[in-house]
Ligand binder design. Structure first.
Ligand code: GTP
Ligand code: SPV
Ligand code: MN
Length: 591
């Protein structure tokens, strides 16, 4: 498979440590993947779904204690504590290795060790990076084969080059011994006792965000938790935006947006380049260029339907692995809350039990058929609106960067920062209600700067400084905005219809980028004039509703500045002075 001495040594060292019965190299062939699918079905790891309705699709149920990322058990390991973040978990490299080597000892005995060579980014592109994941999980192999480019062609592209080492074992799924450890200084990831998504598909959050953000800092580029979307206007010109929203806050939905009828009629089209991760560099033309390093979507299932996100749903109609959704035993297909209005009669819930609608658990909460963080792993090629630039070597040029969060109050529907540094400030103060994408409480507002709180591989203050420094390198800077689709009325209902209608806000953003439309200055930045958000054809939304959505309440923003100050203190003395200056400026304007 390869003569790369470093790869061979990694495998020999792991064999000695983990003691597998057998080693299987993943060559990427359909033949090999098929035999692994058959093995997974035989071992009850996967359930084969209706071949006519969902060809090539499978259902997987995880252990009930293993359903989301575990931020409390995710560590950045470095030699010096200050090189990780005070708001993330840290372990000293040597201690972490000692502890983990203990846990990994003989962990593969009686099992097969799979060797997955994978490329983040199109194989052979100068921006792509290669990893090798070693795992005992067939589920991981089959998901990685969708989410990344895997196999012999990756090893060929690697030749004798360097790669990121990834070691995974589901071990015995003991949550007390679950660790997701990144070693940016060692190009190493070690993950044990989980078999769920972001914890174990090591190319995704562990590599393409945590390790890559560190590489980006040292090499002068950026790895961000962002979707990449192309908007084609009636003249056929395509402008690209990248948007960072925290987990389960709407990236996949915006990335696959379908224009509202009136926009479609005018000739607008939207193209998905990526839905979760962007690697961003300064191009020769002084603009920012973004690529999506992934090859699949690991998307939230609940709420996805033919109205909210048809492109996502259509992406799951073949060659997809569903995790923790419900099984419809009438026709051997899948279901989740929000897929259809009617609940099918015969469902098995995500835990494998017969589902009875209306039942509540011991806390009086409705028992769901699908887990709130149930997901689909679907190949990007399935996406009806996949951009023809998806594999472009240099990526796509960005006109705008959009930050956003889930805020019932405070943040307006949209506002524009004043300049790059102010935009970095806007990203740094992002706050959002927590979701089911990570274990822990849901619906609690917390700071999640640039949607990267769980994913920065080094000191958060240094990360902010990197953003500021990047500004000096970008001659043609994208404009920076903030959006909030989630403002609620006094009854707790979302005011803005969201989803496809968000294009109305994106249109204003693009118009601002081309200086085509005016704005109103507020203490936090520029908001649209209410009449400049197109509400034609929108039921129940008036100019007054838009006014309300755009309002900036001085009192709550004054409260907000206290929270920001507190948060900056928590991050410590590496928060750049430029951001403190922005904070002072905001406080002054709010007086
Ligand atoms: P990760 O994959 O976890 O990084 O999340 P994501 O940002 O891709 O989230 P996704 O697009 O899957 O959105 C998840 C949740 O947000 C679902 O419950 C959606 O229904 C909801 N959502 C997305 N867009 C909107 C919107 O415009 N308005 C409202 N009200 N909800 C939305
Ligand atoms: C997220 O939580 O932001 C995800 C899902 O995209 S996971 O891959 O599990 O991290
Ligand atoms: Mn994500």
């Amino acid at each position: 498979m390869t003569d790369n001495k470093k790869v061979l040594k990694f495998i020999e060292d792991t064999k000695a440590l983990c003691n597998p019965d057998k080693v299987v190299w993943i060559d990427g062939s359909e033949e090999q993947l098929n035999s692994l699918r058959a093995l997974a079905v035989k071992e009850n790891i996967l359930i084969k779904l209706n071949e006519e309705k969902l060809p090539g699709c499978y259902l997987h149920r995880t252990c009930v204690n293993d359903v989301a990322r575990v931020e409390g058990r995710t560590f950045i390991c470095s030699k010096v504590k200050e090189d990780s973040s005070p708001i993330n978990n840290w372990m000293e490299t040597g201690e972490a290795l000692k502890m983990l080597n203990g846990l990994f000892k003989n962990v593969y005995s009686g099992r097969t060790m799979y060797v997955i060579p994978y490329s983040m980014g199109a194989i052979g592109s100068k921006f792509s990076k290669i990893g090798i994941e070693l795992t005992d999980s067939v589920y991981v192999v089959l998901n990685m084969a969708i989410m990344t480019r895997v196999g012999q062609k990756v090893l060929d592209a690697l030749a004798d080059g360097d790669f990121i080492k990834g070691l995974h074992s589901y071990a015995d799924l003991d949550e007390e011994k679950r660790y997701i450890c990144q070693f940016p200084e060692e190009n190493l990831i070690m993950s044990i006792n989980s078999n769920y998504g972001g914890n174990v598909l090591l190319g995704k959050k562990c590599f393409a965000l945590r390790i890559a953000s560190y590489l980006g800092k040292t090499e002068g580029w950026m790895a961000e938790h962002m979707l990449i979307l192309g908007i084609e206007n009636p003249k056929g010109e395509i402008k690209y935006v990248a948007a960072a929203f925290p987990s389960a806050c709407g990236k996949t939905n915006l990335a696959m947006i379908i224009p509202p009828e009136i926009y479609k009629k005018k000739g607008y089209k939207c193209w998905c380049v990526g839905d979760d991760i962007a690697w961003i560099r300064v191009g020769k033309d002084g603009r920012l260029w973004a690529v999506n390093p992934e090859n699949g979507f690991f998307g939230v299932a609940p709420g996805t339907n033919m109205k909210s996100n048809p492109n996502a749903l259509l992406s799951t109609k073949k060659n997809t692995i569903f995790t923790n959704v419900a099984l419809n035993t009438d026709d051997n297909t899948v279901w989740w809350e929000g897929l259809t209005k009617e609940v099918p009669e015969h469902l098995i819930d995500w835990k494998g039990n017969k589902y009875v609608a209306g039942r509540v658990d011991e806390n009086g909460k409705p028992i769901k058929a699908a887990h709130p963080n149930s997901r689909f792993t679907a190949p990007t090629v399935n996406c009806p609106c996949l951009s023809d630039q998806f594999e472009a070597q240099d990526g796509v040029p960005l006109s705008a960067i959009i930050f956003g969060g889930r805020r019932a109050k405070t943040a307006p529907l949209v506002y524009q920062s004043k300049d790059w540094n102010n935009g970095v400030f806007v990203g740094s103060i992002m706050a959002s209600e927590t979701t089911a994408a990570a274990t822990g409480a849901v619906g609690v507002v917390r700071r999640d700067p640039m949607a990267m709180r769980p994913f920065v591989g080094y000191n958060m203050g240094d990360y902010f400084a990197h953003w500021i420094e990047m500004g000096d390198k970008i001659a043609n800077k994208p404009k920076i905005f903030n959006v909030n689709w989630f403002r609620t009325d006094k009854d707790g209902n979302f005011i803005w219809p969201g989803f496809g209608e968000n294009l109305r806000v994106i249109e204003w953003i693009l118009d601002r980028c081309e200086n085509k439309v005016d704005a109103v200055e507020t203490p936090i930045g520029f908001v649209p004039k209410a009449e400049d958000i197109n509400i034609e054809g929108l039921d129940g939304i008036t100019k007054d509703t838009v006014k309300e959505l755009l309002s900036v309440d001085k009192e709550s923003w004054t409260e907000e500045t206290k929270g920001i100050e507190q948060f900056y203190k928590e991050i410590g003395d590496r928060v750049p002075k430029e951001l403190y200056a922005e904070l002072e400026e905001l406080k002054k304007k709010l007086k």
